[in-house]
Ligand binder design. Structure first.
Ligand code: HEM
Length: 419
């Protein structure tokens, strides 16, 4: 009898211990995670398991982040089901993270997109460490030397290719290799890269320049550069339709500075300051890439808070362009804000449409040239009007991969020099 009691007692004890252990395990799994005592504040209490995921509502990310910033301040934390996300707002904090804290938070998180853009996530947008340094410096050198040249042999290329897969860059590389002569000046990005590869091989310093990275870089540069440039143009045209006085001023400037007998070229850029100011204002108001992401590799302090290793940073670029302490009437379209009293262009530090720091836009110089040449020619030749006279298209943007305008139609009316 005593034996039976003992064994029931032991069974109970074991069962209770097991239940206790399971409850403890379950609790430690669902309870809010402790990220350390000095992290930036949470804007709201956390829910079991979800953390702050419930804050993601039907509202746009832009509105959600703005509302949370109003509650918690410029730098705040969100618990995304056990992962710490620190949101960084305001130009000074954005600059601190992207420029001064580059060593601690150098890379973007790996995204799912580059797994088909890049081969094993190697291209310049998503690559890291030594590989990124070499892909970036080589690509930068090549972009500089080509300027607005036919970078990828695009004229012929675009006639044949529309799909972004293996048929995109590999056949093109194979074709370029057939005619590649290391002793001749490179004719496009591919031949310039092949030449650099050979030089590095000859010096024995070759590490990361190879066919795989070349393929990925082409796709990365193409993706990184095409959609964002065309969307910048859509925003500019939309602003011109809605501000006829601005486009008339650009036209007057073009009439006075270069006339109508030839198309604008890069030598006109310095004199078309009002056009340049309008391009800047359009890029600022839209902020096409409103959020940038980084992963934290080493703990650092930001505004007195600790940002632990492995935190995800969400950097609010839009805040840098829309804060009223940096920009007077931030939501107004006012190209004049970039001009001083004598009509010279001002450099405004908080104007950062191409990002900041070592991972800022690789194609900035090229994009600026493309925008200038295309938009100068457009404003020289056409007046941009709404499709239906008097019915102006909406200026409200929508958040897709980029912050883009709603679809709209424009009526292009040929300008006469006296118009
Ligand atoms: C108006 C046009 C453009 C805008 C507004 C723009 C903006 C940006 C921004 C904000 C970044 C991210 C910076 C960051 O994460 O901190 C970026 C990165 C990048 N952009 Fe652009 N971009 C434009 C055109 C181009 C063009 C034409 C190219 C290629 C020829 C290009 C290639 C890249 C690449 C490769 C990166 C990644 C750089 C790296 O990680 O080292 N972009 N761009």
């Amino acid at each position: 009898m005593a034996d039976l009691k003992d064994s029931i007692g032991i069974t109970w004890a074991l069962a209770s211990a097991l239940i206790g252990l399971l409850v403890y395990k379950a609790w430690s799994w669902i309870k809010p995670r402790n990220f350390g005592h000095n992290i930036p504040p949470f804007p709201a209490p956390r829910k079991l398991l979800l953390g702050h995921l419930h804050l993601y509502t039907a509202k746009s990310e832009l509105e959600t982040i703005k509302a949370l910033r109003d509650k918690a301040g410029d730098v705040f934390s969100l618990d995304l089901a056990g992962n710490l996300l620190v949101v960084v707002n305001g130009f000074e904090n954005v600059k601190e993270v992207l420029v001064k804290r580059w060593n601690e938070a150098p890379d973007r998180p790996h995204s799912s997109v580059p797994s088909y853009i890049g081969e094993d996530n190697q291209e310049v947008i998503d690559s890291r460490g030594d590989n990124w340094v070499q892909q970036r410096s080589t690509s930068m050198l090549i972009l500089r030397s080509f300027g607005m040249g036919d970078l990828f042999g695009m004229k012929e290329f675009l006639n044949n290719l529309v799909r972004l897969n293996d048929s995109f860059s590999k056949p093109h590389i194979a074709e370029a290799k057939k005619t590649f002569d290391p002793n001749k000046d490179p004719t496009c990005y591919i031949t310039a890269y092949l030449q650099k590869m050979q030089e590095e091989n000859a010096k024995g310093t070759q590490k990361n320049l190879d066919d795989k990275n070349l393929t990925s870089n082409i796709r990365g540069l193409f993706l990184g550069g095409s959609e964002i440039t065309s969307t910048s143009i859509y925003w500019f045209v939309l602003h011109c339709i809605n501000h006829p006085n601005v486009q008339d001023k650009i036209f007057e400037e073009i009439s006075a500075k270069l006339g109508h007998d030839r198309l604008p070229n890069m030598s006109d850029k310095a004199s078309l300051v009002y056009l340049e100011a309008t391009i800047r204002e359009s890029l600022r108001l839209a902020t096409l890439a409103p959020f940038r992401m980084r992963t934290v590799q080493q703990e650092f302090n930001l505004k007195g808070y600790t940002v632990p290793k492995d935190t995800l940073l969400l950097i609010n670029m839009r805040s840098a362009h829309h804060d009223s302490d940096t920009w007077a009437d931030p939501d107004k379209f006012r190209p004049e804000r970039y001009l001083d009293d004598t009509g010279n262009l001002l450099k405004i530090e908080a104007h950062i449409p191409f990002g900041l720091g070592k991972r800022s836009c690789l194609g900035e110089a090229m994009a600026k040239m493309e925008l200038f040449l295309f938009l100068a020619a457009l404003c020289q030749r056409f007046r941009m009007e709404p499709e239906i006279p008097g019915e102006f298209p909406s200026m409200k943007g929508k958040m897709e991969i980029l912050f883009s305008p709603q679809t709209y139609k424009v009526r292009l009316v040929a300008r006469q020099p006296s118009m």
